[in-house]
Write a protein that binds this ligand. Structure first.
Ligand SMILES: Nc1nc2c(ncn2[C@@H]2O[C@H](COP(=O)(O)OP(=O)(O)OP(=O)(O)O)[C@@H](O)[C@H]2O)c(=O)[nH]1
Ligand SMILES: [Mg+2]
Length: 599
C-alpha cells in the first residue's frame, strides 16, 4: 500500500489557503524546474483569478520523501461552505489556517465545527505573521477557546501549531525560532495526520465528493477510495443516494500530481482519483465492487437558503447585446449547471422564468457572471431567502455576522442593524481604534446591507457572515432607504441632463449610455421614486457658447456591477444582464402601469 496522507486546507476567506498550497507545491519540488505557474495556481478558473478567491475546491497531490500527500484546497467564502463539509469527509487531517491579525472569523468557526464533529486531526497554521499588526499569541488563544467551545476531544485539543508567512514560503514551530521553510509543515503532516484506514484487499468502495465535466470523457466523479482497488476498464456498481444500484464501467482513471492530471491504470484504498465513464454519477454516490456492493453513508448536501428568478430579458433593449437570449437556451444552461453544481437547485417558475436557489448572493452572482461571459442575456429578480416550515413553525435562515469598524462608527452600525432585526452578541476592541461586533441576524436583514455598511463606514468597515441555522421567522425588516431615479424616455443620456439631475441623488449612468422608459438611472436622495428625463439636451441658442457643454463637471457614476446591483434592487425591480451591460429597471416600465399596480 502506498504511503498516503489526505488533507484539506480550510479557513475563513482570504486567510491564505491557496497561497499556502502554492508553497507546498513549490517547496516539495512538485513543480518541475521549467514549469511556470501563476500565483495562487490552484485558483485556475477565470473568475477565481479575477476576484482572487477560490470558488470550487480542487485537489492536488505532492510527493514528500516517500509519502504521497493528497491536498484539497477549499473555498473560504461562506456561500461555498457546503463544499467544505463534503471535502472534509474525504480527508483524515486538516490544516486550519487563521490570519494572525484577524483571528477567528465566522467561517473559521463554521469549518472548525464541521471538522471537529467529523473527528478529523487538526493542524493549526497561524498565517500572515509578517503583518505588522499580527498578534499570533492572541490568535492562538482564540483558537484554543474556539476548539473548547466546539467540544474538541482531547486529541484534537492537543493540536500542533505552525506559524507561517505563506506568501513568503516561511514557517516555524515557535514564534521565537528563526524563520524556516515549509519542511516543518510537511513533517507535521506526515507525523500527525493518520494513515488512511481501509485495505486494498477489501471489495472496492469509493465515494464521489466533487463532479467535473470533460468534453471528451463526459462527467467525472472525483472520489476517495476507502477500500479495494479500482482499475481502468473495471465493471462496477454505482450506489445512488436512494439505494438504487446502477451498473457502470470505469472508462478512464485519472490521477493528480501538482497542477497536472494524468491517466493512470490503477489506484487503491486511501487514494483520491477521478473516475470517468458513468454519466449518472452524482456527489455522494459510492462506486462499489460489482459482486459485493456496499454503499457508504450518503452525503448530506446543505440546503439552499437564497433564491432568485432568472428570466428572459424583455426590456426594450433586449436581444441587442447577447447571443443566447431565448427561454430554451437559458433553461439548458441552468440545467447543465445543476449537473455538476450540487449546492444549487433550479426549477421552472413560469413562462420563461426559472427559480435558482443557492447558498448566497455570491454563489448566484458567480453563475450569472459566467453566463454573461458565455454570451447570455437575461433578467434577475431580487434575492429572497427561503422560508420553510419546521414542525409547523415558519422559519428562515439566520446568519452569524461579524463586523470590524472604526470605534466612532460602531453606534451607527448597531442602530442600522437593529432595524434589520440583528441581535448583538459581543463587542470587543481590536487594536488601532477598531472594534469587533458580533451579531445574529436573519439572512433577510443582510440583503442590501453591504452597500449601506460601506457607505456608513466610508469603506473602512469589514463584514463577514456565515449561515447558522433556520430559526422562527422574525417579522419585517427594514429595506432600502432611498428611492430610484427612473427614466421617462428612451434614447441616449445627455451630459447636460445628468448634470442637472446630480443633486437629486447618485447617478448610475454616464453620457451616451442607452436608457429607456422605466430604466433606473440613479438612486434618489429621498425615500420615494422619482421619474426624470435624462436625455434632454441644452436648448439650442444661436450664439455658440464656446465649449460650454464640455465644461460641465459630472460626478463619476456609481459603479453598479452585478453584485452591487443585485444587493440594491427591490421586489418591484429587476436586473437586466447582458454580456456588455448590467442595467437596473422597474419590472413595470411605464408610470401608468406602476400606478395601477400600486392601487
Ligand atoms: N501579508 C501576507 N499576505 C498573505 C500571506 N499569505 C497569503 N497572503 C495574501 O492573502 C490574500 C489571500 O490569499 P489566498 O491564498 O487567495 O487566500 P484563500 O484563503 O485561498 O482565499 P479563499 O480561497 O478565497 O478563501 C492574497 O492577497 C495573498 O497574497 C502571508 O503570509 N502574508
Ligand atoms: Mg483560496
Amino acid at each position: 500500500m502506498q504511503n498516503i496522507r489526505n488533507i484539506a486546507v480550510i479557513a475563513h476567506v482570504d486567510h491564505g489557503k491557496t497561497t499556502l498550497v502554492d508553497g507546498l507545491l513549490e517547496q516539495s519540488g512538485t513543480f518541475g524546474d521549467h514549469e511556470s505557474h501563476d500565483e495562487r495556481a490552484m485558483d485556475s478558473n477565470a473568475l477565481e483569478k479575477e476576484r482572487g478567491i477560490t470558488i470550487l475546491s480542487k485537489n492536488t497531490a505532492i510527493r514528500y520523501k516517500d509519502h504521497k500527500i493528497n491536498i484539497i484546497d477549499t473555498p473560504g467564502h461562506a456561500d461555498f461552505g457546503g463544499e467544505v463539509e463534503r471535502v472534509l469527509k474525504m480527508v483524515d487531517g486538516v490544516l486550519v489556517l487563521v490570519d494572525a491579525y484577524e483571528g477567528v472569523m465566522p467561517q473559521t468557526k463554521f469549518v472548525v465545527k464541521k471538522m471537529l464533529a467529523l473527528g478529523k486531526k487538526p493542524i493549526v497554521v497561524i498565517n500572515k505573521i509578517d503583518k505588522p499588526s499580527a498578534e499570533p499569541d492572541r490568535v492562538v488563544d482564540e483558537m484554543f477557546d474556539l476548539f473548547t467551545q466546539m467540544d474538541a476531544d482531547d486529541d484534537q485539543l492537543d493540536f500542533p501549531i505552525i506559524y507561517a508567512a505563506a506568501r513568503d514560503g516561511i514557517a516555524k514551530m515557535d514564534m521565537a525560532d528563526e524563520d524556516g521553510n515549509f519542511e516543518c509543515i510537511f513533517e507535521t503532516i506526515v507525523n500527525e495526520v493518520p494513515l488512511p484506514e481501509g485495505s486494498p484487499e477489501n471489495p472496492a468502495q469509493a465515494q464521489v465528493f466533487t463532479l467535473d465535466y470533460d468534453n471528451y470523457v463526459g462527467k467525472i466523479g472525483i472520489s476517495r477510495i476507502f477500500n479495494g482497488r479500482l482499475k481502468k476498464g473495471d465493471s462496477v456498481k454505482l450506489a445512488k443516494a436512494d439505494g438504487e444500484m446502477v451498473n457502470g464501467k470505469i472508462s478512464k482513471l485519472i490521477g493528480f500530481h501538482g497542477l497536472n492530471r494524468m491517466e493512470i491504470q490503477e489506484a487503491e484504498a486511501g487514494d483520491i482519483v477521478a473516475i470517468a465513464g458513468m454519466e449518472t454519477v452524482d456527489v455522494g454516490d459510492t462506486v462499489c465492487d460489482p459482486v459485493n456492493p456496499v454503499a457508504l453513508d450518503p452525503m448530506h448536501v446543505e440546503e439552499p437558503t437564497l433564491t432568485v428568478v432568472f428570466s428572459v430579458n424583455d426590456s426594450p433593449l433586449a436581444g441587442q447585446e447577447g447571443k443566447h437570449v431565448t427561454s430554451n437556451k437559458i433553461r439548458e444552461r441552468l440545467e447543465a449547471e445543476m449537473t455538476t453544481n450540487v449546492a444549487m437547485k433550479f426549477e421552472t417558475a413560469g413562462e420563461g422564468q426559472f427559480r435558482v436557489s443557492g447558498r448566497g448572493e455570491l454563489q448566484i452572482t458567480v453563475l450569472a457572471e459566467n453566463m454573461r461571459r458565455e454570451g447570455f442575456e437575461f433578467g434577475i429578480s431580487r434575492p429572497e431567502v427561503i422560508v420553510k416550515e419546521i414542525e409547523g413553525v415558519k422559519c428562515e435562515p439566520f446568519e452569524h455576522l461579524v463586523i470590524d469598524v472604526p470605534e466612532d462608527l460602531g453606534g451607527t452600525v448597531i442602530e442600522r442593524l437593529g432595524k434589520r432585526k440583528a441581535e448583538m452578541k459581543s463587542m470587543v476592541p481590536m487594536g488601532v481604534g477598531f472594534q469587533r461586533i458580533e451579531f445574529e441576524i436573519p439572512a433577510r436583514g443582510l440583503i442590501g446591507f453591504r452597500g449601506q455598511f460601506l457607505t456608513d463606514t466610508k469603506g473602512e468597515g469589514v463584514m463577514n457572515h456565515s449561515f447558522i441555522e433556520f430559526r422562527p421567522y422574525s417579522g419585517s425588516v427594514e429595506s432600502r432607504q432611498y428611492g430610484a431615479l427612473i427614466s421617462t424616455e428612451k434614447g441616449e443620456a445627455m451630459a447636460f441632463s445628468i448634470f442637472n439631475l446630480q443633486d437629486r441623488g447618485g447617478m448610475f449612468i454616464k453620457p451616451q449610455d442607452k436608457v429607456y422608459e422605466g430604466m433606473i438611472i440613479g438612486e434618489h436622495s429621498r425615500s420615494n421614486d422619482l421619474s426624470v428625463n435624462p436625455i434632454k439636451g441644452k436648448a439650442q441658442s444661436n450664439v455658440r457658447s464656446s465649449g460650454a457643454d464640455e465644461a460641465i463637471k459630472l460626478v463619476p457614476p456609481r459603479d453598479m456591477n452585478l453584485e452591487k446591483a443585485l444587493e440594491w434592487i427591490e421586489d418591484d425591480e429587476l436586473l437586466e444582464i447582458t454580456p456588455e451591460s448590467v442595467r437596473i429597471r422597474k419590472r413595470l416600465l411605464t408610470e401608468n402601469e406602476r400606478k395601477r399596480a400600486s392601487r
